[in-house]
Design a protein around this ligand. Structure first.
Ligand code: HEM
Length: 485
Protein backbone atom coordinates (compact mmCIF):
# COMPACT_ATOMS: atom_id res chain seq x y z
CA UNK A 1 0.00 0.00 0.00
CA UNK A 2 3.00 2.23 -0.07
CA UNK A 3 3.26 3.33 -3.65
CA UNK A 4 1.21 5.86 -5.51
CA UNK A 5 -1.57 4.18 -7.35
CA UNK A 6 -2.34 5.13 -10.91
CA UNK A 7 -6.01 5.88 -11.35
CA UNK A 8 -8.35 4.61 -14.04
CA UNK A 9 -9.15 7.03 -16.90
CA UNK A 10 -10.86 10.20 -15.69
CA UNK A 11 -14.64 10.29 -15.24
CA UNK A 12 -15.87 12.26 -18.21
CA UNK A 13 -17.33 15.51 -16.92
CA UNK A 14 -20.68 16.53 -18.39
CA UNK A 15 -20.17 19.38 -20.81
CA UNK A 16 -22.39 22.28 -21.64
CA UNK A 17 -23.95 22.44 -25.05
CA UNK A 18 -23.33 26.07 -25.85
CA UNK A 19 -20.18 28.13 -26.27
CA UNK A 20 -17.76 28.67 -23.42
CA UNK A 21 -17.21 32.34 -24.14
CA UNK A 22 -18.80 35.09 -22.07
CA UNK A 23 -22.39 35.29 -23.35
CA UNK A 24 -23.55 38.06 -25.66
CA UNK A 25 -25.02 41.12 -23.93
CA UNK A 26 -28.11 42.85 -25.38
CA UNK A 27 -29.48 46.23 -24.32
CA UNK A 28 -31.89 46.02 -21.37
CA UNK A 29 -32.16 42.20 -21.27
CA UNK A 30 -28.39 41.66 -20.94
CA UNK A 31 -27.59 37.94 -21.32
CA UNK A 32 -30.98 36.65 -20.21
CA UNK A 33 -31.37 34.59 -23.42
CA UNK A 34 -28.17 32.67 -22.66
CA UNK A 35 -29.19 32.24 -19.01
CA UNK A 36 -32.47 30.68 -20.13
CA UNK A 37 -30.81 28.52 -22.80
CA UNK A 38 -28.37 27.11 -20.23
CA UNK A 39 -30.64 26.83 -17.22
CA UNK A 40 -30.58 23.01 -17.19
CA UNK A 41 -26.78 22.82 -17.02
CA UNK A 42 -26.08 26.17 -15.37
CA UNK A 43 -23.24 24.95 -13.13
CA UNK A 44 -21.30 23.34 -15.99
CA UNK A 45 -21.96 26.26 -18.37
CA UNK A 46 -20.60 28.85 -15.92
CA UNK A 47 -17.70 26.55 -15.05
CA UNK A 48 -16.76 26.23 -18.74
CA UNK A 49 -16.75 30.02 -19.14
CA UNK A 50 -14.55 30.45 -16.06
CA UNK A 51 -12.09 27.82 -17.28
CA UNK A 52 -11.82 29.64 -20.62
CA UNK A 53 -11.27 33.02 -18.95
CA UNK A 54 -7.60 34.01 -18.43
CA UNK A 55 -8.43 35.69 -15.09
CA UNK A 56 -10.87 32.93 -14.06
CA UNK A 57 -13.40 35.71 -13.51
CA UNK A 58 -16.23 37.18 -15.59
CA UNK A 59 -19.32 39.35 -15.21
CA UNK A 60 -22.76 38.05 -16.19
CA UNK A 61 -25.32 40.66 -17.21
CA UNK A 62 -28.58 39.40 -15.76
CA UNK A 63 -30.80 41.99 -17.40
CA UNK A 64 -32.28 45.32 -16.28
CA UNK A 65 -28.85 46.45 -15.06
CA UNK A 66 -28.35 43.60 -12.60
CA UNK A 67 -24.84 42.06 -12.61
CA UNK A 68 -23.32 38.91 -11.17
CA UNK A 69 -19.58 38.38 -11.06
CA UNK A 70 -18.34 34.79 -11.11
CA UNK A 71 -14.88 33.75 -10.05
CA UNK A 72 -12.77 30.61 -9.74
CA UNK A 73 -9.69 32.57 -8.74
CA UNK A 74 -8.32 31.77 -5.22
CA UNK A 75 -6.93 35.30 -4.75
CA UNK A 76 -10.36 36.81 -5.44
CA UNK A 77 -12.01 34.26 -3.12
CA UNK A 78 -9.53 35.27 -0.38
CA UNK A 79 -10.43 38.92 -0.99
CA UNK A 80 -14.20 38.51 -0.70
CA UNK A 81 -14.23 35.97 2.13
CA UNK A 82 -11.44 37.45 4.23
CA UNK A 83 -9.57 40.63 3.27
CA UNK A 84 -12.68 42.63 2.44
CA UNK A 85 -15.20 40.44 4.31
CA UNK A 86 -17.20 43.39 5.79
CA UNK A 87 -18.10 44.62 2.28
CA UNK A 88 -19.58 41.31 1.09
CA UNK A 89 -22.89 40.39 2.67
CA UNK A 90 -25.51 37.76 1.94
CA UNK A 91 -27.37 40.82 0.71
CA UNK A 92 -30.96 41.79 -0.13
CA UNK A 93 -31.36 39.65 -3.29
CA UNK A 94 -30.58 36.44 -1.46
CA UNK A 95 -32.48 37.40 1.68
CA UNK A 96 -35.56 38.19 -0.38
CA UNK A 97 -35.47 34.80 -2.17
CA UNK A 98 -34.76 32.79 0.98
CA UNK A 99 -36.60 34.68 3.67
CA UNK A 100 -39.78 32.57 3.56
CA UNK A 101 -37.76 29.39 4.13
CA UNK A 102 -34.74 30.40 6.21
CA UNK A 103 -35.96 33.63 7.85
CA UNK A 104 -33.38 34.99 10.29
CA UNK A 105 -31.45 31.68 10.45
CA UNK A 106 -27.62 31.72 10.30
CA UNK A 107 -27.44 31.10 6.53
CA UNK A 108 -29.56 34.09 5.66
CA UNK A 109 -28.30 36.88 7.92
CA UNK A 110 -25.43 39.30 8.31
CA UNK A 111 -24.25 41.62 11.08
CA UNK A 112 -25.34 41.19 14.70
CA UNK A 113 -28.03 38.53 14.02
CA UNK A 114 -25.44 36.35 12.24
CA UNK A 115 -22.76 37.05 14.86
CA UNK A 116 -25.00 36.04 17.73
CA UNK A 117 -25.83 32.68 16.12
CA UNK A 118 -22.22 32.12 15.11
CA UNK A 119 -20.94 32.77 18.63
CA UNK A 120 -23.44 30.53 20.39
CA UNK A 121 -23.02 27.69 17.89
CA UNK A 122 -19.20 27.97 17.67
CA UNK A 123 -19.07 27.26 21.37
CA UNK A 124 -21.17 24.17 20.83
CA UNK A 125 -19.16 22.92 17.86
CA UNK A 126 -15.76 23.39 19.50
CA UNK A 127 -16.83 21.44 22.56
CA UNK A 128 -14.76 18.27 23.08
CA UNK A 129 -17.58 16.29 24.62
CA UNK A 130 -19.51 16.92 21.41
CA UNK A 131 -17.02 14.78 19.53
CA UNK A 132 -17.72 11.81 21.74
CA UNK A 133 -21.45 12.46 21.52
CA UNK A 134 -21.34 12.62 17.69
CA UNK A 135 -19.52 9.30 17.61
CA UNK A 136 -22.10 7.66 19.83
CA UNK A 137 -25.06 9.06 17.88
CA UNK A 138 -23.59 7.97 14.55
CA UNK A 139 -22.68 4.50 15.83
CA UNK A 140 -26.10 3.84 17.31
CA UNK A 141 -27.88 5.01 14.15
CA UNK A 142 -25.51 2.83 12.11
CA UNK A 143 -25.73 -0.35 14.13
CA UNK A 144 -29.41 -0.17 15.09
CA UNK A 145 -30.88 1.24 11.89
CA UNK A 146 -28.73 1.62 8.77
CA UNK A 147 -26.73 -1.62 8.85
CA UNK A 148 -29.82 -3.81 9.48
CA UNK A 149 -31.52 -2.05 6.56
CA UNK A 150 -28.55 -2.79 4.29
CA UNK A 151 -28.41 -6.35 5.60
CA UNK A 152 -32.05 -6.87 4.59
CA UNK A 153 -31.35 -5.50 1.12
CA UNK A 154 -28.36 -7.79 0.67
CA UNK A 155 -30.20 -10.90 1.93
CA UNK A 156 -33.27 -10.27 -0.21
CA UNK A 157 -31.15 -9.11 -3.17
CA UNK A 158 -33.43 -6.10 -3.57
CA UNK A 159 -32.42 -2.87 -5.26
CA UNK A 160 -32.41 0.14 -2.96
CA UNK A 161 -34.07 2.61 -5.35
CA UNK A 162 -32.44 5.68 -3.81
CA UNK A 163 -29.49 5.32 -1.46
CA UNK A 164 -29.18 9.13 -1.44
CA UNK A 165 -32.60 9.33 0.21
CA UNK A 166 -31.56 6.78 2.85
CA UNK A 167 -28.41 8.79 3.58
CA UNK A 168 -30.46 11.99 3.84
CA UNK A 169 -32.76 10.37 6.36
CA UNK A 170 -29.75 9.10 8.30
CA UNK A 171 -28.14 12.55 8.47
CA UNK A 172 -31.45 14.20 9.35
CA UNK A 173 -31.80 11.86 12.36
CA UNK A 174 -28.15 12.61 13.23
CA UNK A 175 -28.35 16.39 13.18
CA UNK A 176 -31.62 16.44 15.11
CA UNK A 177 -30.16 14.21 17.82
CA UNK A 178 -26.85 16.07 17.99
CA UNK A 179 -28.07 19.65 17.83
CA UNK A 180 -31.52 19.37 19.43
CA UNK A 181 -31.55 16.10 21.39
CA UNK A 182 -34.58 15.03 19.32
CA UNK A 183 -35.00 11.77 17.40
CA UNK A 184 -37.30 12.08 14.35
CA UNK A 185 -36.64 8.39 13.42
CA UNK A 186 -36.66 9.32 9.73
CA UNK A 187 -34.60 6.35 8.61
CA UNK A 188 -37.25 3.98 9.91
CA UNK A 189 -40.04 5.53 7.88
CA UNK A 190 -40.18 8.32 5.33
CA UNK A 191 -41.84 11.38 6.89
CA UNK A 192 -43.52 14.11 4.78
CA UNK A 193 -41.05 16.72 5.97
CA UNK A 194 -38.11 14.96 4.27
CA UNK A 195 -39.70 15.58 0.84
CA UNK A 196 -40.78 19.03 2.01
CA UNK A 197 -37.17 19.94 2.86
CA UNK A 198 -35.95 18.88 -0.58
CA UNK A 199 -38.76 20.72 -2.38
CA UNK A 200 -38.23 23.92 -0.39
CA UNK A 201 -34.48 23.88 -1.11
CA UNK A 202 -34.97 23.35 -4.84
CA UNK A 203 -37.75 25.93 -5.26
CA UNK A 204 -35.81 28.60 -3.32
CA UNK A 205 -32.71 27.90 -5.40
CA UNK A 206 -34.78 28.37 -8.58
CA UNK A 207 -36.13 31.63 -7.17
CA UNK A 208 -32.62 32.95 -6.75
CA UNK A 209 -31.24 31.80 -10.09
CA UNK A 210 -34.20 32.33 -12.40
CA UNK A 211 -33.87 34.87 -15.21
CA UNK A 212 -36.87 36.98 -14.11
CA UNK A 213 -37.47 37.29 -10.34
CA UNK A 214 -40.79 38.96 -11.12
CA UNK A 215 -42.13 35.55 -12.19
CA UNK A 216 -41.78 33.89 -8.78
CA UNK A 217 -42.97 37.03 -7.02
CA UNK A 218 -46.17 37.04 -9.10
CA UNK A 219 -46.70 33.30 -8.59
CA UNK A 220 -46.28 33.83 -4.85
CA UNK A 221 -48.83 36.63 -4.86
CA UNK A 222 -51.34 34.42 -6.68
CA UNK A 223 -50.32 31.26 -4.74
CA UNK A 224 -49.70 29.28 -7.93
CA UNK A 225 -47.60 26.26 -9.02
CA UNK A 226 -44.16 26.01 -7.41
CA UNK A 227 -44.93 28.89 -5.03
CA UNK A 228 -48.01 27.08 -3.77
CA UNK A 229 -45.89 23.98 -3.17
CA UNK A 230 -43.21 26.08 -1.45
CA UNK A 231 -45.76 27.47 0.97
CA UNK A 232 -46.98 23.97 1.85
CA UNK A 233 -43.43 22.60 2.13
CA UNK A 234 -42.29 25.43 4.40
CA UNK A 235 -45.30 24.92 6.60
CA UNK A 236 -44.47 21.17 6.97
CA UNK A 237 -40.84 21.96 7.83
CA UNK A 238 -41.89 24.65 10.31
CA UNK A 239 -44.28 22.21 11.98
CA UNK A 240 -41.36 19.87 12.61
CA UNK A 241 -39.17 22.74 13.90
CA UNK A 242 -41.99 23.95 16.17
CA UNK A 243 -42.43 20.43 17.57
CA UNK A 244 -38.70 20.19 18.29
CA UNK A 245 -38.71 23.59 20.00
CA UNK A 246 -41.77 22.90 22.17
CA UNK A 247 -40.41 19.54 23.34
CA UNK A 248 -37.12 21.14 24.28
CA UNK A 249 -38.84 23.97 26.15
CA UNK A 250 -40.89 21.42 28.06
CA UNK A 251 -37.76 19.44 28.89
CA UNK A 252 -36.00 22.58 30.09
CA UNK A 253 -38.98 23.48 32.30
CA UNK A 254 -39.25 20.00 33.78
CA UNK A 255 -35.60 19.27 34.47
CA UNK A 256 -33.90 21.32 37.12
CA UNK A 257 -30.38 20.53 35.98
CA UNK A 258 -29.35 19.30 32.55
CA UNK A 259 -26.67 16.63 32.12
CA UNK A 260 -25.56 18.27 28.89
CA UNK A 261 -26.51 21.32 26.88
CA UNK A 262 -27.25 20.74 23.22
CA UNK A 263 -27.22 23.57 20.71
CA UNK A 264 -30.93 24.24 21.03
CA UNK A 265 -30.83 24.38 24.85
CA UNK A 266 -27.97 26.83 24.59
CA UNK A 267 -30.03 29.13 22.33
CA UNK A 268 -33.11 28.86 24.51
CA UNK A 269 -31.13 29.59 27.67
CA UNK A 270 -29.29 32.53 26.11
CA UNK A 271 -32.30 34.79 26.43
CA UNK A 272 -33.12 34.62 22.71
CA UNK A 273 -36.21 32.53 22.92
CA UNK A 274 -38.51 34.32 20.47
CA UNK A 275 -40.35 31.37 18.91
CA UNK A 276 -40.06 32.43 15.25
CA UNK A 277 -36.34 33.12 15.63
CA UNK A 278 -35.72 29.75 17.29
CA UNK A 279 -37.67 28.01 14.50
CA UNK A 280 -35.46 29.75 11.91
CA UNK A 281 -32.34 28.62 13.75
CA UNK A 282 -33.56 25.02 13.86
CA UNK A 283 -34.38 25.00 10.13
CA UNK A 284 -30.96 26.38 9.17
CA UNK A 285 -29.21 23.66 11.15
CA UNK A 286 -31.40 20.95 9.70
CA UNK A 287 -30.61 22.15 6.17
CA UNK A 288 -26.89 22.48 6.97
CA UNK A 289 -26.59 19.08 8.58
CA UNK A 290 -28.81 16.97 6.33
CA UNK A 291 -28.06 17.71 2.70
CA UNK A 292 -24.35 18.40 2.71
CA UNK A 293 -23.05 15.21 4.33
CA UNK A 294 -25.59 12.94 2.66
CA UNK A 295 -24.84 14.37 -0.78
CA UNK A 296 -21.10 14.13 -0.15
CA UNK A 297 -21.47 10.42 0.69
CA UNK A 298 -23.76 9.75 -2.26
CA UNK A 299 -21.10 10.94 -4.73
CA UNK A 300 -18.38 9.27 -2.69
CA UNK A 301 -20.00 5.81 -2.86
CA UNK A 302 -20.65 6.30 -6.56
CA UNK A 303 -16.98 7.18 -7.16
CA UNK A 304 -15.86 4.15 -5.12
CA UNK A 305 -17.97 1.87 -7.27
CA UNK A 306 -16.04 3.22 -10.30
CA UNK A 307 -12.63 3.01 -8.63
CA UNK A 308 -12.31 -0.39 -6.92
CA UNK A 309 -8.63 0.12 -6.12
CA UNK A 310 -9.54 3.14 -3.94
CA UNK A 311 -12.21 1.08 -2.21
CA UNK A 312 -9.61 -1.64 -1.55
CA UNK A 313 -7.22 0.86 0.04
CA UNK A 314 -9.97 2.21 2.28
CA UNK A 315 -11.04 -1.29 3.21
CA UNK A 316 -7.47 -2.12 4.21
CA UNK A 317 -7.37 0.98 6.36
CA UNK A 318 -10.68 0.39 8.13
CA UNK A 319 -10.17 -3.32 8.71
CA UNK A 320 -6.66 -2.90 10.15
CA UNK A 321 -8.32 -1.51 13.26
CA UNK A 322 -10.42 -3.33 15.80
CA UNK A 323 -14.01 -3.60 14.72
CA UNK A 324 -14.95 -2.55 18.22
CA UNK A 325 -14.86 1.24 18.47
CA UNK A 326 -12.43 1.58 21.32
CA UNK A 327 -10.12 4.60 21.24
CA UNK A 328 -12.47 5.89 18.63
CA UNK A 329 -11.05 9.39 18.27
CA UNK A 330 -7.58 8.04 17.58
CA UNK A 331 -8.90 5.57 15.07
CA UNK A 332 -10.68 8.31 13.15
CA UNK A 333 -7.57 10.48 13.15
CA UNK A 334 -5.64 7.59 11.68
CA UNK A 335 -7.97 7.12 8.73
CA UNK A 336 -5.73 9.26 6.56
CA UNK A 337 -6.37 7.54 3.24
CA UNK A 338 -10.14 7.61 3.78
CA UNK A 339 -9.88 11.30 4.69
CA UNK A 340 -7.98 11.98 1.46
CA UNK A 341 -10.52 10.00 -0.59
CA UNK A 342 -13.35 12.05 0.92
CA UNK A 343 -11.54 15.34 0.16
CA UNK A 344 -10.96 14.16 -3.38
CA UNK A 345 -14.60 13.26 -3.85
CA UNK A 346 -15.66 16.65 -2.42
CA UNK A 347 -13.30 18.35 -4.89
CA UNK A 348 -15.00 16.77 -7.91
CA UNK A 349 -18.54 16.79 -6.50
CA UNK A 350 -18.83 19.60 -3.93
CA UNK A 351 -22.20 19.42 -2.10
CA UNK A 352 -22.46 23.23 -2.35
CA UNK A 353 -21.47 23.99 -5.97
CA UNK A 354 -21.44 27.81 -5.80
CA UNK A 355 -21.82 30.44 -3.12
CA UNK A 356 -22.81 34.10 -3.47
CA UNK A 357 -22.33 37.38 -1.64
CA UNK A 358 -23.55 40.86 -2.51
CA UNK A 359 -21.22 43.90 -2.63
CA UNK A 360 -22.40 46.58 -0.20
CA UNK A 361 -20.16 49.18 -1.87
CA UNK A 362 -17.88 49.65 -4.90
CA UNK A 363 -14.66 47.65 -4.87
CA UNK A 364 -11.67 46.61 -6.98
CA UNK A 365 -10.70 42.94 -6.87
CA UNK A 366 -7.02 41.89 -6.61
CA UNK A 367 -7.04 40.99 -10.34
CA UNK A 368 -8.15 44.53 -11.22
CA UNK A 369 -11.81 43.74 -11.90
CA UNK A 370 -14.21 46.49 -10.86
CA UNK A 371 -17.19 45.58 -8.69
CA UNK A 372 -20.11 47.95 -8.24
CA UNK A 373 -22.37 48.23 -5.22
CA UNK A 374 -25.28 45.80 -5.51
CA UNK A 375 -23.48 43.25 -7.74
CA UNK A 376 -23.69 39.66 -6.68
CA UNK A 377 -20.26 38.06 -6.39
CA UNK A 378 -20.20 34.29 -6.70
CA UNK A 379 -17.28 31.95 -6.18
CA UNK A 380 -17.71 28.78 -8.19
CA UNK A 381 -16.61 25.90 -5.97
CA UNK A 382 -17.30 23.23 -8.61
CA UNK A 383 -15.25 25.09 -11.25
CA UNK A 384 -12.37 25.53 -8.79
CA UNK A 385 -12.31 21.81 -7.99
CA UNK A 386 -12.04 21.04 -11.70
CA UNK A 387 -9.56 23.76 -12.64
CA UNK A 388 -6.44 22.65 -14.49
CA UNK A 389 -4.71 25.82 -13.29
CA UNK A 390 -5.21 24.73 -9.68
CA UNK A 391 -4.95 20.93 -9.82
CA UNK A 392 -2.82 20.32 -12.90
CA UNK A 393 -3.44 18.28 -16.04
CA UNK A 394 -4.80 15.27 -14.11
CA UNK A 395 -7.53 17.37 -12.47
CA UNK A 396 -10.25 15.03 -13.81
CA UNK A 397 -8.83 11.94 -12.13
CA UNK A 398 -10.23 10.70 -8.85
CA UNK A 399 -6.91 10.30 -7.12
CA UNK A 400 -6.85 10.44 -3.28
CA UNK A 401 -3.04 10.25 -3.44
CA UNK A 402 -2.88 13.90 -4.53
CA UNK A 403 -3.74 14.75 -0.88
CA UNK A 404 -1.07 12.48 0.58
CA UNK A 405 2.66 12.16 0.94
CA UNK A 406 4.29 8.88 1.85
CA UNK A 407 6.45 9.15 4.98
CA UNK A 408 9.14 6.55 4.45
CA UNK A 409 10.52 6.83 7.99
CA UNK A 410 7.11 6.42 9.62
CA UNK A 411 5.90 3.92 7.05
CA UNK A 412 2.59 5.67 6.56
CA UNK A 413 0.67 8.29 4.65
CA UNK A 414 0.60 11.90 5.80
CA UNK A 415 -2.31 14.15 4.83
CA UNK A 416 -1.45 17.40 3.04
CA UNK A 417 -4.14 20.04 3.41
CA UNK A 418 -4.88 22.52 0.62
CA UNK A 419 -5.42 26.23 1.34
CA UNK A 420 -9.12 26.84 2.13
CA UNK A 421 -9.44 29.71 -0.38
CA UNK A 422 -8.20 27.43 -3.16
CA UNK A 423 -10.52 24.63 -2.02
CA UNK A 424 -13.53 26.48 -0.54
CA UNK A 425 -15.74 23.38 -0.35
CA UNK A 426 -16.53 24.33 3.26
CA UNK A 427 -16.30 28.07 2.51
CA UNK A 428 -13.35 29.86 4.19
CA UNK A 429 -12.62 32.92 6.32
CA UNK A 430 -15.00 34.30 8.96
CA UNK A 431 -18.01 32.27 7.82
CA UNK A 432 -16.24 28.97 7.29
CA UNK A 433 -18.54 25.96 7.78
CA UNK A 434 -19.15 25.27 11.44
CA UNK A 435 -19.84 21.59 10.87
CA UNK A 436 -16.69 20.68 8.93
CA UNK A 437 -15.09 18.62 11.68
CA UNK A 438 -18.39 17.06 12.60
CA UNK A 439 -19.08 16.02 9.03
CA UNK A 440 -15.67 14.36 8.57
CA UNK A 441 -16.13 12.48 11.81
CA UNK A 442 -19.59 11.42 10.71
CA UNK A 443 -18.57 10.50 7.14
CA UNK A 444 -15.54 8.46 8.22
CA UNK A 445 -17.56 6.48 10.76
CA UNK A 446 -20.28 5.84 8.20
CA UNK A 447 -17.80 4.81 5.50
CA UNK A 448 -15.95 2.50 7.90
CA UNK A 449 -19.15 1.03 9.31
CA UNK A 450 -20.70 0.37 5.90
CA UNK A 451 -17.62 -0.80 3.98
CA UNK A 452 -16.48 -3.26 6.65
CA UNK A 453 -19.64 -5.27 6.07
CA UNK A 454 -20.99 -4.33 2.67
CA UNK A 455 -20.13 -3.42 -0.87
CA UNK A 456 -22.36 -0.73 -2.34
CA UNK A 457 -22.87 -1.49 -6.02
CA UNK A 458 -24.04 1.41 -8.17
CA UNK A 459 -26.88 0.81 -10.62
CA UNK A 460 -26.34 4.09 -12.44
CA UNK A 461 -23.70 4.76 -15.08
CA UNK A 462 -23.36 8.53 -15.39
CA UNK A 463 -25.52 10.32 -12.85
CA UNK A 464 -26.39 13.97 -13.28
CA UNK A 465 -24.98 16.54 -10.84
CA UNK A 466 -27.83 18.74 -9.62
CA UNK A 467 -27.32 22.47 -9.76
CA UNK A 468 -29.28 23.82 -6.80
CA UNK A 469 -27.95 25.23 -3.50
CA UNK A 470 -26.84 21.69 -2.91
CA UNK A 471 -25.97 19.27 -5.67
CA UNK A 472 -28.27 16.28 -5.29
CA UNK A 473 -27.66 13.31 -7.58
CA UNK A 474 -30.52 13.97 -9.97
CA UNK A 475 -33.05 11.12 -10.02
CA UNK A 476 -31.52 9.50 -6.91
CA UNK A 477 -28.87 6.80 -6.47
CA UNK A 478 -30.12 3.23 -7.07
CA UNK A 479 -27.80 0.60 -5.57
CA UNK A 480 -27.59 -3.07 -4.68
CA UNK A 481 -25.87 -4.20 -1.52
CA UNK A 482 -23.47 -7.15 -1.30
CA UNK A 483 -22.51 -8.66 2.02
CA UNK A 484 -18.71 -9.09 2.14
CA UNK A 485 -19.03 -12.33 4.06
C1 HEM B 1 -19.65 17.66 3.63
C2 HEM B 1 -20.31 18.39 4.49
C3 HEM B 1 -20.44 19.89 4.46
C4 HEM B 1 -20.09 20.81 3.51
C5 HEM B 1 -19.45 20.54 2.14
C6 HEM B 1 -20.46 22.12 4.00
C7 HEM B 1 -20.27 23.31 3.32
C8 HEM B 1 -20.62 24.56 3.80
C9 HEM B 1 -20.57 25.78 3.03
C10 HEM B 1 -20.11 25.91 1.59
C11 HEM B 1 -21.01 26.79 3.83
C12 HEM B 1 -21.22 28.25 3.44
C13 HEM B 1 -22.69 28.41 3.09
C14 HEM B 1 -23.18 29.82 2.93
O1 HEM B 1 -22.60 30.74 3.49
O2 HEM B 1 -24.17 30.01 2.24
C15 HEM B 1 -21.32 26.20 5.11
C16 HEM B 1 -21.77 26.92 6.20
C17 HEM B 1 -22.24 26.34 7.35
N1 HEM B 1 -22.23 24.99 7.66
FE1 HEM B 1 -21.52 23.50 6.53
N2 HEM B 1 -21.01 21.98 5.25
C18 HEM B 1 -21.02 20.63 5.57
C19 HEM B 1 -21.53 20.06 6.71
C20 HEM B 1 -22.10 20.74 7.76
C21 HEM B 1 -22.67 20.12 8.93
C22 HEM B 1 -22.77 18.63 9.21
C23 HEM B 1 -23.11 21.14 9.72
C24 HEM B 1 -23.74 20.94 11.05
C25 HEM B 1 -24.81 21.44 11.43
C26 HEM B 1 -22.80 22.40 9.05
C27 HEM B 1 -23.08 23.65 9.54
C28 HEM B 1 -22.84 24.83 8.88
C29 HEM B 1 -23.23 26.15 9.40
C30 HEM B 1 -23.93 26.42 10.70
C31 HEM B 1 -22.84 27.09 8.43
C32 HEM B 1 -23.03 28.61 8.48
C33 HEM B 1 -21.78 29.31 8.92
C34 HEM B 1 -21.92 30.82 8.92
O3 HEM B 1 -22.61 31.39 8.08
O4 HEM B 1 -21.29 31.43 9.79
N3 HEM B 1 -22.19 22.12 7.86
N4 HEM B 1 -21.09 24.84 5.07
Amino acid sequence: ATKLIKSKPPPSPPSSTTTTTVPKVYPIIGSVLSIIANKHHRIQWLSDILHASPSSTFVLHRGFGSRQLFTANPTVVHHILKTNFPLYHKGPTMKCALNDFLGQGIFNTDGPTWKLQRQISSHEFSNHTLRKFIETVVDVELSDRLLPLLDDASRNKTIIPDFQNILQRFTLDNICKIAFGFDPECILREAPFTTALTDATIICSKRLNGAFPLIWKTKKLLNLGSEKRLKEAISEVKDLARRIMREKKKELREKETLDSMDLLSRFLCSGHSDEEFVIDIIISFIVAGRDTTSIALTWFFWLLSKHPHVEEEILKEVTQKDTVYTHACEEMKDMVYTHAALCESLRLYPPVPMNSKEAMGDDVLPNGTLVKRGWRVTYHIYAMGRSEKIWGPDWAEFRPERWLSWEEAEGRWRFQAVDAFTYPVFQAGQRVCLGKEMSFLQMKRMVAGILRRFKVVSNVAEPEYGGYFTSFMVGGFPVTIQNRN
